[in-house]
Ligand binder design. Structure first.
Ligand SMILES: [Zn+2]
Length: 112
């Protein structure tokens, strides 16, 4: 490497382009080395985090499910049944309720 550099300085046959290419080549080797070192660091860091994550998962196995579960009290129930005290979140639910819970009463009442 040193021989090549000193030769290029003395020998005018070798163009600046070739010196630039050599410098570029040296830079690439250094960058490549730095990147592979960094990659090793990041990989070992990732493995450590993965281990921590697995430990946490073992410690709180149901934590994820509890957090995302929506309880019944959070659903708005604005459709109230006129016959009983039940209320529903949608008109369709209320209609179903009336159909199944109060339809027999409704059918009988005209005959009495
Ligand atoms: Zn009802």
């Amino acid at each position: 490497m040193e021989d090549f550099v000193s030769r290029t300085r003395q020998n005018s046959d070798i163009s600046d382009e070739k010196i630039d290419a050599y410098n570029e080549y040296c830079k690439l080797i250094v960058y490549n080395r730095l990147l592979s070192d960094r990659l090793k660091e990041v990989t070992s860091e990732r493995d450590k985090l993965k281990q921590k994550y697995e430990i946490l998962q073992d410690t709180f196995p149901n934590g994820k499910h509890k957090r995302f579960r929506r309880n019944a009290g959070q659903i708005k129930r604005i459709f109230k049944c006129p016959t009983c005290e039940k209320s529903y979140g949608s008109e369709a639910s209320l209609k179903n309720h009336i159909k199944f819970k109060h339809s027999s009463y409704n059918l009988q009442s005209p005959h009495e």
